[in-house]
Ligand binder design. Structure first.
Ligand SMILES: [Cu+2]
Length: 440
């Protein structure tokens, strides 16, 4: 267990022989790309000249198509796998060379362009979708769920990974109920192995706690188990596997369980006047470093309009802490593990440990595409640009036509516009800059 928690101890870790970014190349990239997303993100995320001798795939500098593929495996190991296998902490911390700046810059730019083009919205199988009760029986909200083997795409380039999902998605559906609701959740196990489901953060009868061999028998392949309880613990919670959990949660058996306060005035929509209530579940095993099951550039941007207030509920289902850093504006932290803080506070970087949930409120005042990423840099940027735990808070102004390019569009055709527009409004030149020496 200790080894799993220690990134340095993972199988496949080797000293890197290739280079890290130099301060000079970063400054150059920043100058080339102007004041927008690319420059801001590069400047904030980049290792310094004497930075950590770690790197992550993709290791080739021949462009995004060369991204390391994680071939689907019939039986993925419980250990952190694929992407992580090439973390390369250096024993001597003496990188032997640097990629040509043009190679690095071209690769980094290509990845950002994929993000600005809305890659995440092109992928099938989006998780976190709201789930209505299958039926209501005598006032009980009944949810019928399946536990499935799935093929899941981390981004549009890498091969799908052999993952697990609730109702076929990673994260599973978002279940949102009201304080005092009676819940009956029936899980059918379609896996070839046993499982058990725990409602993390809920105060429930012990025999509903979902821990195989402690409070129930494992749910065998083909069997179902019914969890029934009254939702009395308000706030941001989760449901996830509690059986062979390093593997099963690491491969995607996780989802959000939100209990809204009984009083509408206490809900974020009213209390803080939020226009969006965003679930942000991180994971760091199968497929590398992910937000809601995707890695940059396929992570979803948060798209808002100047003047909006939004809520973000960070949930960490991984095995490492992740300090989330928002560029450009503060986050007001209002709740931990569902419990309102006695004194909310402001910050721009918020560490979220495994199992924790932290709720923040953000006032969107300055237009642009603001980088939003984990500030453990090896979780966010490597020698071929940004990857993993990176996205952006995209704050738009009204277009000249007066139309708002409004959020959460479901297709690439509609999301490419808003992200690109806001990036340009914020000063990004990612679509027009040219890397000297690069073709195209
Ligand atoms: Cu991180």
């Amino acid at each position: 267990m200790t080894d799993l928690l220690n990134p340095d101890a993972r199988e496949g870790l080797r000293p890197t022989s290739s280079a890290i970014l130099t301060r000079r190349s970063l400054l150059r990239a920043g100058a080339l790309t102007g004041g927008g997303l690319v420059a801001a993100a590069l400047a904030a995320c980049a290792p310094a000249a004497a930075g950590p001798a770690w790197t992550y795939p993709p290791k080739s500098s021949s462009g995004p198509a060369a991204s390391a593929s994680a071939a689907p495996s019939a039986a993925p190991s419980a250990a952190p796998s694929d992407e992580h296998a090439s973390h390369e902490p250096s024993a001597s911390a003496a990188p032997s060379g640097s990629p040509a700046p043009a190679d690095h810059d071209a690769a980094a730019l290509a990845v950002v362009k994929r993000f600005l083009d809305g890659e995440g919205a092109t992928l099938a199988g989006a998780g976190n979708q709201p789930l209505a009760p299958t039926r209501v029986e005598d006032g009980v909200k009944v949810y019928e769920m399946t536990v499935d083997q799935i093929q899941h795409q981390i981004d549009a380039v890498k091969d799908p990974v052999a993952a697990l999902g609730f109702n076929g998605t990673w994260p599973g559906p978002r279940i949102e109920v009201v304080e005092g609701d009676r819940i009956r959740a029936i899980f059918k196990n379609n896996l070839p192995e046993s499982t058990g489901i725990h409602f993390h953060g809920q105060r429930i009868p012990n025999n509903m706690d979902g821990v195989p061999h402690i409070t129930q028998d494992p749910i065998l392949p083909g069997d179902s188990f019914t969890y029934e309880f009254t939702a009395r613990t308000v706030g941001s919670h989760m449901y996830h596997s509690h059986h062979n959990a390093t593997d099963q949660v690491g491969r995607g058996l996780l989802g959000a369980f939100i209990v809204q306060p009984k009083s509408p005035a206490a809900r974020y929509e009213r209390k803080y006047d939020v226009s969006q209530d965003i679930i942000w579940i991180s994971n760091d095993t199968l497929g590398g470093f992910t937000i809601n099951g995707r890695g940059f550039p396929a992570t979803s941007p948060i798209i808002a309009t100047v003047g909006d207030t939004i809520a973000i509920r960070f949930m960490n289902e991984g095995i490492m802490t992740h300090p989330w850093h928002l560029h450009g504006m503060p986050m007001q932290v209002v709740a931990r593990d569902g419990y309102p803080l006695p004194q909310p506070f402001f910050c721009d970087t918020l560490g979220v440990n495994p199992g924790e949930r932290w709720d923040v409120i953000v006032k969107c005042e300055d237009p642009g595409a603001w980088a939003f990423h984990c500030h453990i840099l090896p979780h966010a940027e490597g020698q071929d640009g940004m990857f993993g735990m990176v996205t952006a808070l995209v704050i738009q102004e009204q277009t000249t036509a007066g139309a708002l390019l409004r959020p959460n569009a479901p297709t690439a055709a509609t999301t490419a516009g808003p992200i690109r527009t806001a990036a340009l409004q914020g000063g990004s030149t990612a679509y027009t800059c040219r890397i000297p020496g690069a073709t195209g």
